[in-house]
Design a protein around this ligand. Structure first.
Ligand SMILES: *[C@@H]1O[C@H](CO)[C@@H](O)[C@H](O)[C@H]1NC(C)=O
Ligand SMILES: *[C@@H]1O[C@H](CO)[C@@H](O)[C@H](O)[C@H]1NC(C)=O
Ligand SMILES: *[C@@H]1O[C@H](CO)[C@@H](O)[C@H](O)[C@H]1NC(C)=O
Ligand SMILES: *[C@@H]1O[C@H](CO)[C@@H](O)[C@H](O)[C@H]1NC(C)=O
Ligand SMILES: *[C@@H]1O[C@H](CO)[C@@H](O)[C@H](O)[C@H]1NC(C)=O
Ligand SMILES: *[C@@H]1O[C@H](CO)[C@@H](O)[C@H](O)[C@H]1NC(C)=O
Ligand SMILES: *[C@@H]1O[C@H](CO)[C@@H](O)[C@H](O)[C@H]1NC(C)=O
Length: 723
């Protein structure tokens, strides 16, 4: 849009009390006397967060109509950099990544939009929206950069992204006739750092692309605004807080950051519910507290307080996009459902009772309507849902047998294992393979990983699982004694799967084996073959493969791993048994071996053994052959297709299964994990289905039910521990 941008720059007017509000479309949005003026008239923003990438595009309009029934005049969304630039310079704007498509739907309904442009967003999203490839040494500056800082290597990549994003959204700015009123830079930066030059740098980039006559803002909790934002009139500082906070105090802290007259009170994340991690009780927060605090915000300063509900509608964390929280000692992966206990539930409904039996949606709607005095549109009818019943998984194939298909070739040679990012792998499963000499396991063995694996692993000997590991649990596993040999080698495979990266985005959360010294009875194991299995597409083809997997696998092994055998044998011979664990290789710098993984260099192994004890793997009953892929089909009849033009919504009940990934018709719906709960059913939006035969694929890691069946139900089920 070069012409448009030029016009914008020439007409640049400043967003402050001196502003006359000129622009090329005659549309203005400015701040004056502590209020927002849209086209010269005061406006109170009653907003809610909707993340287009957590909602099926066919439901964007449905959910936004619910926003209007809730009483909202505005919506706020993040823009996740990693979704849109999945690999450097390759952009994705399709399907649920169709940002401008979503902006158009909002515009058509007359909703205002607040755009949180990143580059960091948090949002309980993988790496807080930063791309995994920032940790890839194959990218200029990658792996060594400091994210969310003035590190020129980071800024160059972040700016490169913004120079693609911002021109795309420029036509949707209010001044250009579109719905976007304000643009947020960074997010809750105060949690991460206090580098004001970083925020200034982002602001300059945004201003250069979008013009001076746009309101740019930051969001931080009141106590962190000083660190996370810029004081004075460089930009507009906004705060966030929940129903139990003192709104007046928060708005005073906000006003202290902004110039006099330039601080319309605005809470840009007013929490309607909360995040739920696997293994926790589903969030269930009080509608009474929420509405009491909402009134305080809306009535603040003679009824000029603005609010954004976080979330108004949460949606779902599909694919590998769910982030994680916590630390190595207590690792907390996000639930696949991002229902958030928000007023509009994951499937669009609003009738579920909250604490005290009150319906949050109805209460918020009434409070808003009371405040504005406006009648509100009715909620649209709920999209239909259907219980299709049991689906038997009729085909199965093991991941290890499929290795020649999934990762053709001999694997990547490595003296020692490194993080998956080092090999250019974004997510999924990574297998590290080496061989042990015959004598290595006489008397059994202690396999010491030196630190946590990221995030869950199965240890296999000669194709059979002998131990499991998880990130927050002890890092030394016992290997069984092997006395009888069919061949001269014992193959050791470490099968690691990654959950989402920490959403903090300040520090790396590398995946796979990130401590390179894996010790067997105190000796470092050398010469590995690494097999990255990113699972970027549904692995349907495995079921049709013509390769004789078992034969291919073993041929493969004996050839390529001969070197490893020799090395690990020499090691074994050269070092007396019983040498102290951790001493050998103690002088080896992590990450120094082949310059591949500086991102993990110097990392100290943390203390493990969090309170969230180790329960990701069941004691028994896990698949002995490692992860297993299953496939089944179900039929949608013509009469199931509603007047909406697509089949009804459904939920896949995963009871009886352990943990894994679920695809429906090739669409990755994310992780299921009924072993930990609380989400027992995975939401399947109807638009993913079609009349006729529909395919369910799952990759199970932890537990196989006898019946190999899933059940399609017509409502969600968030199991309460103790129920
Ligand atoms: C308004 O303009 C005057 C004179 O140009 C300037 O001194 C003042 O700083 C401006 N006010 C704001 C809030 O920018
Ligand atoms: C995004 O959505 C718009 C509006 O529905 C559509 O015209 C456009 O083709 C979509 N873009 C992509 C890349 O799918
Ligand atoms: C509310 O309005 C009154 C009367 O216009 C004014 O005196 C007072 O300062 C206003 N209060 C706030 C917090 O803006
Ligand atoms: C929340 O708690 C109430 C009881 O206070 C209960 O009726 C409701 O089912 C709970 N909701 C969820 C989603 O667990
Ligand atoms: C809305 O106003 C009515 C009438 O004053 C009152 O009874 C009701 O409690 C209010 N509702 C909310 C949620 O504020
Ligand atoms: C794979 O096998 C299924 C069922 O046997 C069949 O319907 C499908 O067409 C096959 N796909 C390919 C790509 O061969
Ligand atoms: C399958 O078995 C599991 C227990 O392993 C049970 O919870 C589930 O209800 C069974 N499903 C069907 C359809 O029988």
């Amino acid at each position: 849009m070069p012409v448009l941008l030029l016009a914008t720059a020439l007409l640049a007017s400043f967003v402050n009390a001196n502003d006359t509000g000129t622009s090329n479309s005659g549309s203005t949005f400015v701040i004056k006397n502590n209020i927002f003026l849209k086209d010269g008239s005061p406006v109170q923003l009653i907003s809610g967060s909707f993340h287009y990438y957590r909602i099926h595009p066919a439901y964007w309009r449905d959910r936004l109509l619910r926003a209007q029934a809730l009483g909202l005049n505005t919506i706020q969304t993040y823009v996740p950099w990693n979704l849109h630039e999945p690999s450097p310079g390759k952009y994705n704007w399709e399907g649920y990544a169709n940002l401008t498509g979503f902006l158009q739907v909002a515009a058509n309904l007359g909703l205002n939009v607040l755009l949180r442009a990143g580059p960091y967003i948090c949002g309980e999203w993988d790496f807080g929206g930063l791309p995994w490839w920032l940790a890839f040494p194959g990218v200029a500056g990658g792996a060594r950069l400091q994210s969310r800082s003035t590190d020129a290597r980071f800024l160059k990549l972040a700016e490169g992204w913004w120079n693609v994003l911002l021109p795309r959204v420029a036509p949707f700015l209010h001044k250009n006739g579109g719905p976007i009123l304000m643009v947020q830079v960074e997010n809750e930066y105060g949690y991460c750092g206090n580098d004001r030059e970083y925020i200034r740098h982002l602001l300059r980039t945004a201003t250069a692309a979008l013009g001076h006559d746009v309101v740019f803002y930051t969001t931080d909790p009141p106590s962190l605004a000083e660190a996370g934002s810029l004081p004075g009139n460089e930009l507009y500082t906004v705060v966030d807080f929940g129903p139990l906070a003192d709104a007046a105090e928060a708005f005073k802290a906000q006003a202290a950051m902004n110039d006099p007259g330039m601080s319309p009170p605005f809470c840009s994340e007013f929490y309607t519910g909360w995040i739920t991690h696997f293994g926790e009780k589903m969030a269930n927060t009080s509608a009474n507290d929420l509405v009491a605090s909402l009134r305080a915000i809306l009535q603040y300063a003679n009824g000029t307080g603005s609010v954004n509900f976080y979330m108004a509608h949460g949606g779902s964390n599909w694919g590998f996009w769910a982030g994680s929280g916590g630390t190595d000692g207590e690792f907390l992966p996000q639930l696949t459902s991002y229902d958030y206990d928000a007023p509009i539930s994951e499937a669009g409904g609003s009738g579920q009772p909250g604490i005290g039996g009150k319906n949050k949606f109805q209460m918020i709607r009434e409070a808003i309507s009371n405040h504005t005095g406006n009648a509100l549109p009715e909620e649209p009818p709920l999209p239909p849902a259907h219980a299709f019943g049991p689906v038997h998984m009729t085909a199965r194939v093991s991941l290890m047998d499929s290795l020649p298909d999934l990762a053709p070739g001999d694997g990547i040679p490595a003296f020692k294992p490194a993080a998956m990012e080092s090999y250019g792998q974004p997510h999924g499963v990574i297998i590290y393979r080496t061989v042990l000499s015959v004598g290595a396991l006489i008397g059994g063995g202690a396999l010491d990983f030196g630190g946590p694996v990221h995030d869950y692993a199965q240890v296999m000997l000669d194709g059979k699982v002998v131990a499991t590991l998880e990130r927050s649990c002890p890092r030394v596993v016992r290997l069984p004694e092997i006395l009888v040999f069919l061949s001269d080698v014992t193959v050791l495979d470490i099968v690691v799967h990654a959950m989402g990266r920490n959403s903090g985005g300040c520090d790396w959360d590398l995946k796979g084996i990130i401590y390179p010294n894996v010790l067997l009875n105190g000796r470092v194991l050398y010469n590995w073959r690494v097999f990255p299995i990113p699972l970027s597409e549904a692995p349907t083809r495995l079921f049709n493969s013509t390769i004789s997997h078992a034969a291919a696998s073993s041929r493969h092994l004996l050839g390529v791993l001969h070197d490893a055998l020799l090395t690990n044998q020499e090691q074994h011979a050269a070092q007396p048994r019983g040498e102290g664990v951790g001493e050998v290789g103690g002088d080896v710098q992590p990450g120094a071996e082949h310059g591949l993984e500086p991102a993990q260099a110097g990392r100290q192994a943390p203390q493990l053994g969090g309170t969230r004890n180790c329960r990701a793997w069941p004691q028994a009953g896990g698949p002995v052959e490692g992860p297993v892929m299953f496939r089944g089909y179900f039929t949608v009849g013509g009469s199931d297709v509603s007047e909406r033009g697509h089949p009804p919504d459904t939920w896949v009940d995963m009871r009886g299964w352990g943990k894994g990934l679920l695809w429906v018709n090739g669409f990755n719906l994310g992780w299921y994990w009924p072993l930990l709960g609380p989400q027992m059913r995975i939401y399947v939006p109807g638009p993913l289905l079609h009349e006729g035969s529909n395919e369910i694929l799952l990759l199970e890691f932890a537990q196989l039910p006898d019946n190999a069946t899933v059940v399609l139900e017509d409502k969600p089920d968030f199991y309460e521990p103790g129920d």
